[in-house]
Design a protein around this ligand. Structure first.
Ligand code: AMP
Length: 227
């Protein structure tokens, strides 16, 4: 684990329902602030592509739109956060998703003498989520995310970054989307209460364009500096 003195950058949780735009905004914010972007969903998908034990375990839950068990997920995130590149700050995308994960993260950071700076909650309604997830396309190789309505790739069905053929994520099917939204309400919404009670949450509107939400996030982060 890195030491307290090394911790220069921001430590952010990007929170929101599936399809809120967490991944897109986290990637943008990470680039701007030169911090590590950690997407738990992406780590699971990478493990699945590589056929690891973790990937196969995760698949059982992901395909149905459920959550990977807390012990597996927390261990994976803690290992990732202990890597040296996280010393300059990180942005967690898709974690924590349960109150137990949030508690584990607090404990882990406490032990290192660290704390989160902010939890950015991207707010969107269910209808928009369903619309966005059903038009989402993803690069199976580099993980870049596109949308056939709002964020089209330069060439139809081809990744702008690595030219791989884009796919529809298996968990973006209509039935699975509904299940993921239910899981979000039951398991993940309490995470917001957990962080609200610690005054860490800043709400941003996820309904507008990518750049509009991005601008709101910039304002939140700029505000943190002057707090
Ligand atoms: P995402 O890419 O964030 O939408 O995550 C895709 C899927 O990975 C989720 O629907 C879950 O099955 C699994 N997953 C990602 N992050 C977590 C987490 N923090 N806890 C449990 N399961 C997760």
């Amino acid at each position: 684990m890195y030491s307290v003195g090394d911790s220069m950058g921001l430590r952010i949780v990007m929170f929101g329902a599936p399809g809120a735009g967490k991944g897109t905004q986290a990637a943008e914010t990470a680039k701007k602030h030169d911090i590590v972007h950690i997407s738990t969903g992406e780590i699971f998908r990478k493990n699945l592509r590589e056929g690891t034990e973790l990937g196969l375990e995760a698949k059982k839950h992901m395909d149905a739109g459920g959550l990977v068990p807390d012990d597996v997920t927390v261990r994976m995130v803690e290992q990732r956060l202990a890597e040296p590149d996280c010393a300059n700050g990180f942005i967690l995308d898709g974690f924590p998703r349960t109150e137990a994960q949030a508690e584990a993260l607090t404990e882990f950071l406490d032990e290192a003498g660290l704390a989160l700076d902010v939890v950015i909650n991207i707010k969107v309604g269910d209808e928009l989520v369903i619309q966005r997830l059903s038009s989402r396309r993803q690069c199976p190789e580099c993980g870049a995310v596109f949308n056939v309505v709002s964020l089209r790739p330069r060439v139809e069905n081809v990744c702008d970054q690595c030219s791989s053929k884009l796919i529809i994520r298996p968990d973006d099917s209509a039935d699975t989307i509904k299940n993921r939204l239910d899981v979000y309400q039951v398991e993940s919404a309490p995470v917001l209460d957990y962080y609200r009670s610690r005054s860490l949450v800043r709400d941003v509107d996820g309904v507008g364009s990518v750049s509009e939400t991005d601008a709101e996030i910039d304002a939140v982060l700029a505000g943190l500096r002057s707090e």
